[in-house]
Design a protein around this ligand. Structure first.
Ligand code: SAM
Length: 175
């Protein structure tokens, strides 16, 4: 199981990015996201996507993130541009076979996170974003197979060269 802990969410300001972190987590194979603010708006957006597009991705509020990381029984991976290269560590992380807690920040991440994490992992050593870092980490972890995951939602896209094609499943239509 892969959980993503999103630290430092500021309601209003980070709402869009936090929602994108959740959408990437879901679409790229993680099982749930934990956020440190009880932001109803983010919860509703994510639940709406899960309702329409399927899967059992969950989103939960975690008040005490320090306690959560410290007592995590599996492997904790903190994504940071200061960490060790993802490609040199991903096999070890994957092969351990543990539940994984992937921690991503917003602005400045408290120093404790670097100490509590089993791995501080970089996706390149340039600053970019929690959204891109998470996507690439999960893609490396699943070796690209996550893109073929079936979600079994109410609707699914029929890939098309030049139009938007969506199949609505289990929907009775009147013609
Ligand atoms: N300077 C900030 C810091 O102290 O970490 C960077 C904040 S950045 C806008 C938000 C988050 O994106 C970071 O906390 C980290 O999780 C992720 N991130 C940004 N660049 C990254 C990189 N090159 N590798 C891994 N994660 C990165």
């Amino acid at each position: 199981m892969i959980s993503v802990l999103r630290l430092g969410h500021r309601p209003l300001r980070d709402r869009r990015i936090t929602t994108h972190v959740a959408l990437v987590a879901r679409a790229f194979g993680a099982d749930r996201m934990l956020i440190t603010e009880d932001d109803k708006n983010v919860f509703e957006s994510v639940k709406d996507v899960v309702d329409r597009w399927g899967g059992d991705f969950g989103i939960e509020y975690v008040k005490d993130w320090k306690g959560y990381i410290k007592t995590w029984a599996g492997t904790t991976v903190h994504l940071t541009m200061y960490g060790l290269p993802v490609d040199e560590n991903i096999s070890e992380i994957r092969d351990a076979g543990n539940d994984i807690l992937v921690v991503v920040g917003a602005e400045k991440v408290p120093g404790d996170v670097f100490r509590y994490a089993d791995y501080n992992i970089s996706v390149g050593n340039q600053p970019h974003s929690e959204v891109s870092a998470l996507a690439i980490f999960l893609d490396r972890f699943f070796k690209g197979k996550e893109l073929k995951k079936e979600f079994g939602g109410k609707m699914e896209i029929i890939p098309s060269k030049n139009s938007k094609m969506v199949r609505h499943l289990n929907e009775k239509r009147r013609f």
